[in-house]
Design a protein. Structure first.
Length: 146
């Protein structure tokens, strides 16, 4: 399998949308169409802090990593938050998520991000993969919808 990790492109819309739907089904979330459309538009806007890398296996988009680059008060270089990581079900177990994370690490080192971080559910089976990169830290997340 030839696997390429690259920035999302306008021509990826249908494939990205199918993955996005699968991602939201996995998390049992319903995202309104206007939010999905806004997210897609931001992914293509070079001025946006939201970016997407896609995994292309044998010419087919099969996964994504959506990130948010932001400033921090303890560092002078950007911080990368990996907000969404997804690989279509039939392509899991082939190292695609690993390659997406590795690509982000390489990109971050190349352009000078200060760190890369993400959150996941305690029972997410992908934690086995995440633990290969770094141990989970001791922080507890508090979340309030406004």
């Amino acid at each position: 399998m030839e696997l390429v990790i690259r920035e999302v492109a306008a021509g990826d819309k249908a494939a990205w949308h199918a993955l996005w739907d699968g991602y939201n089904q996995f998390y049992e979330s319903e995202i309104p169409a206007e939010i999905t459309q806004n997210t897609w538009q931001r992914l293509l806007d070079s001025r946006s802090a939201v970016h997407c890398r896609v995994a292309v296996a044998d010419g087919r988009v099969v996964g994504f990593a959506m990130i948010v680059l932001h400033e921090g008060t303890w560092v002078t270089s950007p911080i990368c938050y990996l907000e969404d990581l997804f690989v279509m079900a039939e392509m899991r177990g082939k190292g695609i998520a690993r390659r997406l994370i590795q690509a982000l690490i390489a990109e971050g080192k190349s352009v000078g991000w200060s760190r890369l971080y993400w959150h996941t559910a305690q029972n997410n089976p992908a934690r086995n993969l995440y633990d290969e990169f770094t141990p989970a830290d001791e922080y507890v997340r508090y979340r309030m919808n406004l």
